[in-house]
Ligand binder design. Structure first.
Ligand code: PLP
Length: 348
């Protein structure tokens, strides 16, 4: 049976050539290609300082360490309706997660975020699923990290996400909009934060009295793949937008509602998320029976890591939201199957 995966990054010949050139050069670990990647990210975010890192999770962990001066138990605000990497990055920084609920459009509840921020050392604002978190333009009493792992390339008021707050982190994981194989980055207008992160990514050159240092450099091989992706990311996003518009039309005749990015923003169409009246688990099972790998947008709500916490909107989102494949290079047979899936699985 035809199988439509949830994600399918495409790799042109230029990816193979770039990797081959690194192997031939013999310089596989960190080097000039890593620097090229950092250089290429700067104009995309309008930020002067970028540091390539081995993963988005490490990038978030290091950014939290830099902003809290390695404070043990620092209180870090994160959305509960987000990737589990956030929780583990906070823990790896020796900090304490403080969970915040979402709204029906999967961004943060503004009132709760502002109230919680009064008690935080750092607030993490995730731009979710290719869309935009509008709170990045608000003023908070603590430093703010923008997480653009899923939304790199999206904009708010015509400015790139990642350029609004103190520090930005992103991911080059294979399926991400700026994905290669593995990798991540930290970016900021503040060179001091980036310098502090730099002192934590190479044990060989570290001060032995440092609180934390790990091998977090990005290799030339991984940087070569991510650099290639940056060149095609905008075109990939346009192709996903094309399919997203077709999905919008099909969904207008069903009981399901697509989640839209906030006002005056443009999404990168990384994911296509639908809120449905039926149980999300059943809808996903129905899609899968047709050979379409629908998924939950997040596998679990992060506040479940602690007892007795209540985040009702996130629970509701977990029960009712489904992410359906949005592939840049969908072929005719796959499009026909997607039409069938959307029409049958979203009717009650
Ligand atoms: C929003 C978000 N932040 C951070 C990460 C971590 O990135 P990485 O997989 O590169 O560690 C992810 C990964 O899924 C993510 O979705």
């Amino acid at each position: 049976m035809l199988h439509i995966p949830h994600s399918r990054p495409t790799f042109s010949q230029s990816f193979q050539d770039a990797v081959q050139a690194i192997v031939v050069s013999g310089q596989l670990a960190q080097g000039e290609t890593t620097k090229t990647l950092e250089h290429d990210i700067k104009p995309l975010l309008n930020l002067n300082n970028v540091l390539a890192i081995d993963s988005g999770t490490s990038a978030l962990m290091l950014a939290i360490r830099a902003l809290t001066n390695n404070k043990i138990g620092a209180r870090i605000g994160i959305s509960t309706y987000a990737c589990a990497s956030l929780l583990f990055a906070v823990k790896a920084a020796g900090a304490t997660p403080v969970f915040m609920d979402c709204t029906v459009d999967l961004t943060l509840d503004a009132e709760q975020a502002h109230n919680t921020a009064k008690t935080l050392d750092v607030l993490v604002l995730v731009h979710p699923f290719g869309m935009v978190e509008p709170l990045v333009t608000d003023v908070f009493p603590c430093p703010v990290i923008e997480d653009i792992a899923q939304s790199a390339g999206a904009t708010l008021h015509d400015k790139p996400v990642g350029s609004f707050t103190d520090v930005c982190i992103g991911s080059h994981y294979a399926t991400k909009p700026w994905g290669g194989a593995y990798g991540g980055f930290i970016a900021s207008q503040n060179s001091g934060y980036i310098h502090t992160c730099q002192t934590m990514i190479n044990p060989d050159s570290a001060n032995l009295s440092s609180e934390y240092v790990g091998h977090h450099q990005l290799s030339n091989i991984h940087a070569a793949l991510a650099t290639q992706r940056l060149q095609s990311a905008q075109e990939d996003s346009k192709r996903r937008q094309h399919w997203a518009q077709k999905y919008d039309v099909l969904l207008a005749n069903t009981t399901a509602t697509p989640i839209q990015s906030c006002a005056d923003s443009s999404s990168n169409a990384f994911r296509y998320i639908v809120r449905c009246e039926q149980d999300a688990g059943q809808v996903i099972a129905n899609f899968r029976q047709l050979g379409i790998a629908a998924n939950r947008p997040v596998q679990q709500c992060l506040h479940h890591s602690q007892p007795n916490l209540s985040c009702p909107q996130a629970e509701q989102a977990w029960q009712s939201c489904v992410s359906i494949p949005l592939l840049a290079d969908m072929n005719d047979a796959e499009w026909a199957l997607m039409q069938q899936g959307i029409q049958t699985c979203f009717h009650s």
